[in-house]
Design a protein. Structure first.
Length: 125
């Protein structure tokens, strides 16, 4: 079982002692991605923009691992406010071709850097 650390400059670097993703046994385990605009290095304005950047950042990590949105089998979405559920759903579903992965979505007390949404996933490599 060879473990490969996945890192790309096309997504924000880790804000703690973890990596963007780990690839092992044909699977990619992606750490949660905040709605950070990697070009600016800061959170985007508003939950809709943050949701797009969360998904785009996941996409960049998946691409580096040789995967993509169509290979995601499970996502977890963390929201600072469950009132944003509908907005985040609209953004989220736009990244898939109608075949969605398994998913959970929960409200949390707080996200790093004051983020409004964070999304993580597990995908086939």
């Amino acid at each position: 079982m060879a473990k490969e650390i996945i890192a790309t400059n096309n997504a924000p670097g880790a804000v703690g002692p973890y990596v963007q993703a780990v690839k092992v046994n044909g699977m990619v385990y992606c750490s949660g991605q905040l709605g950070i605009n990697p070009a600016e290095g800061k959170l985007a304005e508003g939950v809709e923009a943050q949701a797009h950047f969360s998904m785009k950042n996941l996409g960049a990590v998946l691409q580096k691992a040789g995967s993509g949105y169509g290979k995601i089998v499970k996502t977890s979405i963390f929201l600072a406010d469950m009132g944003d559920f509908a907005v985040v759903n609209e953004v989220y579903k736009s990244y898939f071709d109608g075949e969605y992965p398994a998913r959970s979505c929960v409200q949390v007390a707080k996200l790093p850097l004051g983020g409004l949404v964070e999304i993580e996933c597990i995908a086939e490599a």
